[in-house]
Design a protein around this ligand. Structure first.
Ligand SMILES: NC(=O)c1ccc[n+]([C@@H]2O[C@H](COP(=O)([O-])OP(=O)(O)OC[C@H]3O[C@@H](n4cnc5c(N)ncnc54)[C@H](OP(=O)(O)O)[C@@H]3O)[C@@H](O)[C@H]2O)c1
Length: 324
């Protein structure tokens, strides 16, 4: 089969198509013939050698795909060859075939083009598992950093659908307008004092829940931006991993800080999250309350161009690799 491989760690130029063996199928797995592969920021880090795959995972990049079931492994009951599917992966998605535990494979939402569906499962699984962990409730105030990224576009729409009052940050006027189009009450320029802007917009209340992709750099302002009993959940470390946490402020607010990573979770947890996505998120997509993000498609042989585009900061929504 063809796969996008990297001969060494480095810039986008290390990515190229190569012939590699089809992955072996273990009991409990299905082999997916891939239609499209979602591109995630984590893929850029892995390409650079800064985000190694968990032990036992494929060295090939790619955390999500859509396609059809090619082969059903032993001990798998629910799938037939030819069934359309999307899959949440620990790796191996930039390839024509990927073997994946059957619990991490679900049907795509009805009415969504199969290529588009490749970019839904990673963001849906990440956002819903984290917002359920910190318990975002209807009526609460929610702040999503990077409101027009892959995670952000989904987080805004999902939080709005959950009945929250939603705010976001973004780096350009155009992107802030897009956040509002997605349903955010307002969006703030992260180059300026977004904590003050949030306070003004919420009559000094702040955010009950913050979904953060910046990590260390935003730890102090995020704590400042939290409301009493607020919850900060960190899922990205774009601003570094080691920061200073003012426990006094946390204590006074009875606030909490959590950080989670989806990729390293045990297969059983991923399966439970995927089942929850199918049960609770797909109906929102099917009814149009959550729309797939704006997407930019690249042929798989242009994976390097896709990585350059995501790294440029100009990308909006999801980038997708398509397989012929
Ligand atoms: N922990 C997990 O399980 C998990 C799962 C999936 C993703 N993630 C992480 O989540 C993050 C987002 O992933 P993605 O795929 O959505 O990436 P993406 O599409 O590249 O989005 C990155 C976002 O970061 C925003 N950003 C950059 N600098 C910022 C700043 N100073 N303040 C606020 N926002 C800023 C960007 O906003 P502008 O475009 O406006 O500059 C953009 O919206 C990544 O760090 C990724 O590794 C974690």
């Amino acid at each position: 089969m063809r796969a996008v491989v990297a001969e060494s760690f480095g810039g986008p130029e290390v990515l190229h198509l190569a012939q590699v063996p089809v992955p072996p199928l273990r009991p409990g797995e299905v082999l997916v013939r891939v239609a499209a592969s979602g591109v995630n920021r984590a893929d850029l880090l892995q390409r650079e050698g800064r985000y190694p795959p968990p032990r036992g995972a494929s060295e090939i990049l790619g955390l999500e795909v859509s396609g059809v079931i090619d082969t059903v492994g032993e001990e798998v009951a629910d799938w037939q060859p030819g069934d359309a599917c999307v899959a949440l992966l620990t790796g191996g998605g930039y390839a024509e075939y990927v073997a994946v535990p059957a619990g991490q494979v679900i049907r795509p939402p009805a009415g969504v083009d199969l290529v588009t569906a490749s970019g839904l499962i990673e963001v849906a699984a990440t956002v819903t598992s984290n917002l359920s962990l910190v318990g975002l409730s209807a009526g609460e105030t929610f702040l999503a950093h990077g409101g027009t990224g892959g995670i952000g576009t989904f987080a805004i729409q999902y939080a709005v659908a959950s009945g929250a009052r939603v705010f976001a940050t973004a780096g350009s006027r155009h992107k802030r307008a897009l956040c509002r189009e997605l349903g955010a009450t307002d969006a703030f320029d992260y180059h300026h004092d977004w904590v003050a802007a949030l306070r003004r917009a919420t009559d000094r209340h702040g955010a009950d829940v913050i979904l953060d992709v910046m990590g260390a750099k935003y730890l102090p302002p995020n704590v400042d931006a939290l409301a009493a009993d607020g919850r900060l959940v960190v899922i990205g470390l774009q601003g570094g991993r080691t920061g200073t946490l003012d426990l006094g402020k946390l204590l006074a607010k009875r606030a909490s800080v959590t950080a989670t990573g989806l990729r390293g979770r045990p297969a059983a947890q991923k399966a439970a999250i995927c089942a929850e996505v199918a049960r609770t998120v797909w109906p929102l997509v099917e009814s149009g309350r959550i729309k797939p993000a704006t997407e930019t498609r690249f042929p798989a042989e242009d994976a390097a161009a896709a990585h350059r585009h995501l790294a440029s900061g100009d990308a909006v929504g999801k980038l997708i690799l398509t397989w012929r």
